[in-house]
Write a protein of this length. Structure first.
Length: 194
């Protein structure tokens, strides 16, 4: 169960504009006029569980882009850590080591982040992915002591160009986020609703 926070964002809320600089230098406006944004809060750059999920996003990114969705991912890591671990992602990646955006959107931490059976079930695939990537020199090993800690929870927000939150999911463990199919279904449903 997610702990209580003052800044829980709900479907139908209108969020204020956030202007941030992504790790690779691009400017990101959330919301962004005329764009549908899938704002993903992840744990730390190099997190093997996060990267397992992000791999599914990257693999289907053309389909996501064709649906008119702009992906924006936030890690509670420094810009240097993101450049080291996540520079190959094909979308905007924001470093938020002080967790300002996390607070603004009510994204929390929990001791259960890593203890849930769903995370334990995903660990062998995540570990295999990391071992393969590190052995193949495609990425460095995950950080031993990540900025912002290891107990972060994920969250997903679907935000229209006017800042209205069309859908939201606060994860209850480290591997609890929308699948690509769920994201595309949410977008289709939002468009159908008008």
């Amino acid at each position: 169960m997610k702990s209580m926070t003052k800044n829980v964002v709900s479907t139908g809320d209108v969020i204020p504009r956030h202007e941030v600089r992504a790790a690779l230098g691009d400017s990101v406006s959330i919301p962004s006029s005329g764009e549908l944004i899938h704002l993903q809060f992840r744990r730390f750059a190099g997190c093997m569980v996060c990267n397992l999920h992000l791999k599914s996003i990257v693999d289907r990114y053309p389909e996501i882009a064709l649906a008119g969705i702009r992906e924006v991912v936030v890690f509670h890591s420094t810009t240097d850590e993101i450049r080291k671990h996540e520079a190959d992602l094909p979308f905007s990646v924001i470093g938020d080591p002080y967790k300002r955006l996390y607070r603004d959107f009510g994204v929390e931490t929990s001791p259960r982040a890593l203890l849930d059976p769903h995370v334990v079930q995903a660990l062998p695939r995540a570990l295999a992915n990391v071992v393969s990537s590190v052995a193949g020199h495609r990425q460095p090993a995950p950080p031993a002591i990540p900025t912002g800690g290891e107990l972060g929870l994920p969250a997903d927000f679907l935000i229209d160009g006017d800042g209205r939150v069309l859908a939201v999911k606060y994860g209850i463990h480290a591997y609890d986020q929308w699948s690509v199919d769920e994201l595309l279904a949410l977008v289709a449903s939002a468009r159908k609703a008008g």
